[in-house]
Design a protein around this ligand. Structure first.
Ligand SMILES: [Zn+2]
Length: 594
């Protein structure tokens, strides 16, 4: 990280260099160039065009810095544009001066590129218009110009079959054909690995990830996925629901881009829509783990590209203005949320939609009708644009948690699980290392049962529906294993990734699959004698065996099954089989750590 002084000098240098350039060329501020979208409203910038424009803007305006962060799967670095009117580009010192951070991510799905073009227009506005400067007094905006570079380079005009423009665009899969909006926890892509680190450095107060919808047709050009409020810290949820959302919906309603909640419908929207459960694998769910108020604006795929870009530009503009007005409220809610995250003991996981008592919202749709299909001859759905309606529909926007986890004093993560350690590090989780081998009394989970997808989902065979048995055991941890205390701002990330039952835990994403397979077995003829002796010494196990034989015909008929029963209940069976190796330290004790 550069020091503040170096950075300031650098900005000064650029500024002087810029004046010389302009003096020589006779070019005058502001920027005379147009973005591809401004030249043709049905065009989105290519990756290289977008980066060139950001470079030009950064050359012309000292308040904009364009930084290259780590790599992406495409081989190109990930860029981050930082708009800071006071010339301070250091995340830590900005935060300590109570400057708030708005982070905007674009082109995670490059077939949905509205945000790519809208962000350039937004930047030009805020760099060039004097009257907008006051809104940046307490806010720094950081923008990822185009996140899925590999997808953007895979340019075509056909892969968004349901979409009205632009003329050409990128592809959803990244260079590894991964959907980056499922990758924020598992981080298979270098893009996500870099993103995790950028996010941990900047810790945005508000986060926006721009998309275009699929699905039903209705009148709105812009819909909004708001991070699921029940999962959010109550201080943030209260501000979000009572103040931020009413203001944003109100402001958008004053324009031609009135907005509605994202239309997440079981069938057609007039039967009701549901709030989207943004698990941590998604951008907004990931951001929420760190108490960022997060959004995925979804422009409507059948509306002209011009309107889609303009609607999302206005949304971001209104967000900046609101953050200016509500600076103190946002800072106060965030501070309380972070403090609460550090100190609270219980964490709610595994949310399910509550179908009772939905809200009612006013919705402007098109009548859903049916007619014979020219393809199949069967009845087909269509939305009649000549039959607009406005009516109240149910909005199911409450989720309830089905699992409550009490946090341990610390998690102990074996160094062997280095991919897990790496992810914790990228996310700014504070960890210490054990300085000697030590036997600790910890809680351990035994994985009793789980389901696994039978197809590869985003590069993984995802586990779910875990049944675990928790027991307290003395367990040997080794010098160099990691201790993760649960008194950190990153507590929610820690719990959601290290508690194996959570839907986006590292266990669910296959990081611990090694424990699922037994490594040693027995030969029946050898074990017969050992088992007979062991049963003689352990009459209680003998009684259990006899009971099972009496009750279970199949069991009684199988020699191997019975021997296996004895084996599994004997010291010869490996004690690590299906034992999740991250220990939960419950007692407060002095540990040998560095
Ligand atoms: Zn999308």
């Amino acid at each position: 990280m550069q020091s503040l002084i170096t950075r300031f000098l650098f900005v000064l240098f650029i500024f002087q260099f810029q004046s010389i350039t302009f003096a020589q060329t006779g070019e005058t501020m502001p920027s005379a160039f147009l973005t591809p979208f401004e030249k043709n409203n049905n065009t989105t910038a290519t990756y290289h065009e977008a980066i060139d424009i950001y470079k030009k803007l950064a050359r012309q305006h000292p308040q904009l810095e364009l930084r290259e962060y780590g790599s992406t799967d495409s081989g190109f670095s990930l860029h981050l544009a930082i708009l800071s009117t006071n010339g301070n580009f250091d995340a830590d010192s900005l935060r300590s001066s109570e400057t708030q951070i708005l982070m905007i991510n674009n082109g995670i799905h490059p077939g949905e590129p509205c945000g790519v073009d809208a962000s350039m227009l937004l930047l030009k506005d805020y760099l060039e218009k004097e009257e907008l400067q006051k809104y940046l007094e307490k806010t720094v905006i950081v923008i990822i110009p185009l996140y899925n570079i590999g997808g953007a380079l895979n340019r075509n005009s056909t892969t968004r079959a349901n979409q009205n423009g632009p003329e050409s665009y990128g592809f959803r899969g990244n260079a590894q054909n991964l959907d980056l909006n499922r990758d924020f926890i598992k981080c298979d892509s270098k893009n996500a690995q870099t993103f995790n680190q950028i996010f941990a450095e900047w810790q945005p107060d508000v986060f926006i990830d721009n998309h275009t919808s699929n699905g039903a047709d209705y009148q709105y050009k812009l819909t909004l996925v708001t991070t699921q409020h029940n999962k959010l810290d109550p201080n943030l949820a209260k501000y979000l629901n009572k103040e931020m959302l009413p203001h944003l919906y109100g402001e958008m309603a004053k324009t031609e881009y009135e907005m509605t909640p994202y239309v997440y419908a079981r069938s057609t929207p007039d039967e009701g829509i549901a709030g989207f459960l943004d698990l941590p694998r998604y951008s907004s769910g990931y951001a929420a783990l760190f108490n960022s108020i997060s959004f995925m604006p979804e422009t409507h795929m059948l509306k002209p590209f011009k309107d889609r870009v303009e609607s999302v530009r206005i949304f971001m503009d209104r967000m900046i203005k609101l953050m200016h007005i509500d600076h103190k409220k946002i800072q106060s809610a965030r501070k309380k949320a972070i403090e609460n995250t550090k100190t609270k003991n219980k964490f709610e996981l595994n949310w399910v939609l509550n179908m009772e008592n939905p809200e009612k919202i006013n919705f402007k749709g098109f009548e859903a009708k049916y007619k014979p299909s020219e393809i199949t001859g069967h009845s087909r759905l269509y939305y009649d644009r000549n039959a607009p309606y406005e009516k109240e529909i149910p909005f199911f926007n409450n989720y309830v948690s089905t699992l409550n986890v009490t946090k341990p004093e610390a998690y102990i993560v074996p160094q062997a699980n280095h991919e897990v350690i790496q992810r914790l590090q990228w996310n700014g989780v504070e960890m210490q290392k054990l300085t000697e081998d030590i036997e600790l009394e910890v809680e351990l989970y035994k994985i009793e049962d789980f389901k696994t997808t039978d197809y590869a989902y985003e590069g993984h065979y995802l586990h779910s529906k875990l049944k675990v048995k928790k027991s307290t055991q003395k367990w040997l941890f080794r010098k160099g294993d990691y201790v993760v205390f649960t008194n950190q701002p990153a507590n929610r990330y820690i719990v959601e990734t290290l508690e194996p039952q959570a839907p986006d835990s590292f266990f669910s994403w296959n990081f611990f699959d090694g424990i699922l397979m037994q490594k040693e077995y027995f030969s029946s003829y050898v074990f017969e004698d050992l088992a007979a002796k062991y049963l003689e010494e352990n009459p209680e196990l003998r009684a259990r065996l006899e009971k099972k034989k009496a009750e279970d015909e199949k069991f009684a008929a199988s020699t191997r099954t019975q021997l296996n029963f004895v084996y599994q209940n004997s010291p010869w069976h490996e004690k690590t089989h299906r034992v999740y190796p991250v220990g939960r330290l419950i007692q407060k004790i002095d540990l040998p750590i560095e």
